[in-house]
Ligand binder design. Structure first.
Ligand code: MN
Length: 495
C-alpha cells in the first residue's frame, strides 16, 4: 500500500521556537524535499506575513513535482491569500475540541461547522484541493468529530486529517481512533506531535488502521517537542513492515536533506537521533566492533548504505585492537603489531582521562608513533621548565645527539620559547635551524585536551613542517621542533 508523505518542515517545522527561515532558505529546502520525492510540501502559512507570501509564491513558481500546500484558517481572507500564492492545496485548519472552540475561537460547535462548510466550498469553487485538518481532534468529542467530517465530505473536502495537536494519543488509542474514522471511507491523513515521544509510533498505528497520508517534518522539528520525524516514519515503513507499505521517498537522500534542514534552521541534531544522528552508524565497544566487522547484521538493523551514509568505528575506552586496526586502515594508516600496541596504549590512556578519541586525534597519535619509529639524530631525554609570575621562564634540556649527551639551558618570553631556545643552543654547533612558524591547537577542547603543535622550521634554504602531539604543550612543542630538525638533518645526509 502506497503511503503519501506531506512534509510540513516549512510550516509546523518553522514554528519551532527560535526558527525563522529566509525565503532563500525556504526555497532551498522545498527543492530538496521535492528532490527526495515528498508528495505534498506544506510551504508555509500564506497569511502570516508578506515575506511568507513571497516565499510561498517563489516555491509555487518553481514547477516542482510535489503538490504545494499552504496552511489556512477557516477564514475566507486566508484562502484568498493562498490563491494569490498559486498553491495547489489549502490545509484548512478547523479547531474541533471544545477547549479550542470555547477558549481560542470563543465560538460554538455549530458556528465552526457552518463556517467550515462555507470555506471548503469557497476553496473548491476556486480550484483548490482541500485537506481538512481538525485541530486538536484527539481531544474532540468523537460524535462531533465524525459529524464534522461528514459535513466536510459533503462539501467535497478531498482529504481529512484529525490532528493530534498536543500529542496525547498513545499507539493503542491512535489505532482505535483511526479504525473508527476509517469507516467514513475518506482519504485520511495523520498529523502527530511528539510531546511524549510517541509521534512516530502513533503515526505508524494510524497507517495500520487506515490512514494513507502521513504528516512529518525533517529531523522531527516543530512546535514544542516537535512533529513526527519524517525520516523515522519512512525508514520504519520501508524496513519493518515486510514490504506492506511503500513511499516515493528516496531513502538514500534523507541524510543530506536532514543536514540541509539542520543548517538552515540552526536546530542541532542530537547525536543519538534515529536515522540521521551522527552516532547511528558509529561503533565503539570492542565486542560490538568485532561483531560488526565479521558480519554487520550482528549489531545493525539498518544499513548505512540504505541511507547513503558510512559506518564509523569510534575509538575509545571500549575499543579492542581489532577495531583500532580497522579504523587505522580506514584512515589509510598501516601499522605493524608493535606500533599498533603502542597506539592502543596511548588511546586507552587518553580515554581513561575521559576523552573520546576522534579520527583527528587518532591520526595525530598514530603519526606521532610512526614518526618516533624512525632513527633520529637528535633525541630529547629530558626537559625541565621553570615558569611563573615574575620569573624569567627558563628551560634546561638534556639531549642525546648520536651517542653524545648534551645538557643546555635557555631563557625565553614564555616556557615554550625558553625550551625551544635551549634546544636551539644545544644543536647550534652543527645545525642552525630557524623556527619560522609555530601553530598550536587543542584538538578536542578543554584544558586536558590533546595538544597538536605544528611548526615550520628552516635551515639554509630548506623548509619543513613537522608536528608534535601530547597532553603537555611544552613536550609537544619540543617534539615538533626536534622532528623538524631531524628531518632537515636527514635531508642533509642524503645530499
Ligand atoms: Mn501541528
Amino acid at each position: 500500500m502506497k503511503i503519501n508523505i506531506l512534509d510540513t518542515t516549512l510550516r509546523d517545522g518553522e514554528q519551532t521556537p527560535g526558527v525563522s527561515l529566509t525565503s532563500n532558505e525556504k526555497l532551498r529546502i522545498a527543492r530538496a524535499l521535492d528532490e527526495i520525492g515528498v508528495n505534498i510540501i506544506e510551504a508555509g502559512s500564506a497569511i502570516t506575513s508578506d515575506g511568507e507570501k513571497l516565499a510561498i509564491r517563489e516555491i509555487t513558481s518553481q514547477d516542482l513535482d510535489a503538490e504545494i500546500a499552504s496552511f489556512a484558517r477557516s477564514i475566507q481572507s486566508d484562502i484568498d491569500v493562498c490563491l494569490d500564492c498559486g498553491v495547489d492545496t489549502v490545509n484548512l485548519v478547523v479547531p474541533t475540541s471544545d477547549i479550542h472552540i470555547d477558549y481560542k475561537l470563543k465560538s460554538s460547535r455549530l458556528q465552526v461547522q457552518n463556517e467550515m462548510v462555507e470555506n471548503i466550498e469557497y476553496a473548491k469553487d476556486h480550484g483548490l484541493t482541500v485537506e481538512l485538518s481538525a485541530e486538536d481532534a484527539s481531544r474532540t468529542d468523537m460524535d462531533f468529530l465524525v459529524d464534522t467530517f461528514k459535513l466536510a465530505l459533503d462539501a467535497k473536502a478531498d482529504r481529512l486529517c484529525p490532528c493530534d495537536t498536543v500529542g496525547v494519543l498513545t499507539p493503542e488509542r491512535s489505532f482505535d481512533f483511526y479504525r473508527e474514522l476509517s469507516k467514513l471511507n475518506a482519504k485520511l491523513s495523520v498529523h502527530c506531535h511528539n510531546d511524549y515521544g510517541l509521534a512516530v509510533a502513533n503515526s505508524l498505528q494510524a497507517i495500520r488502521a487506515g490512514a494513507s497520508e502521513v504528516h512529518g517534518t525533517i529531523n522531527g522539528i516543530g512546535e514544542r517537542a516537535g512533529n513526527a520525524s519524517l525520516e523515522e516514519i519512512v525508514v520504519s515503513l520501508n524496513n519493518l513492515y515486510e514490504g506492506k507499505y511503500t513511499t516515493d521517498i528516496k531513502i538514500n537522500q534523507l541524510y543530506n536533506t536532514s543536514i540541509i534542514v539542520s543548517r538552515s534552521t540552526g536546530v542541532y541534531i542530537q547525536p543519538n537521533k534515529a536515522i540521521v544522528g551522527e552516532n547511528v552508524f558509529a561503533h565503539e565497544s570492542g565486542i560490538h566492533t568485532d561483531g560488526v566487522i565479521k558480519n554487520t547484521s550482528t549489531y545493525e538493523s539498518i544499513t548505512p548504505e540504505l541511507l547513503g551514509r558510512r559506518r564509523k568505528f569510534v575509538v575509545g575506552k571500549h575499543t579492542g585492537t581489532k577495531g583500532l586496526n580497522n579504523r587505522l586502515s580506514e584512515l589509510g594508516i598501516e601499522v605493524n603489531k608493535e606500533q599498533l600496541n603502542t597506539i592502543f596504549k596511548q588511546v586507552k590512556e587518553f580515554a581513561d582521562n575521559g576523552k573520546c578519541v576522534t579520527d583527528v586525534d587518532l591520526q595525530a597519535i598514530a603519526d606521532n608513533v610512526l614518526e618516533k619509529d624512525m632513527q633520529q639524530k637528535v633525541n630529547l631525554e629530558e626537559v625541565t621548565i621553570v615558569s611563573g609570575n615574575k620569573i624569567t621562564p627558563t628551560a634546561s634540556v638534556r639531549l642525546k645527539i648520536d651517542q653524545d649527551e648534551i645538557l643546555e639551558a635557555g631563557i625565553g618570553l614564555g616556557p615554550v620559547d625558553a625550551a625551544i631556545n635551549a634546544v636551539k643552543k644545544s644543536i647550534n654547533e652543527f645545525a642552525n635551524v630557524k623556527l619560522d612558524e609555530y601553530h598550536v591547537d587543542a584538538i578536542t577542547g578543554g584544558t586536558d585536551a590533546l595538544i597538536d603543535v605544528i611548526v615550520k622550521v628552516s635551515m639554509d634554504d630548506k623548509v619543513i613542517s613537522a608536528r608534535g602531539t601530547g597532553s603537555d604543550i611544552i613536550n609537544a612543542s619540543v617534539e615538533a621542533y626536534l622532528t623538524g630538525v631531524n628531518r632537515l638533518l636527514e635531508n642533509e645526509d642524503n645530499l
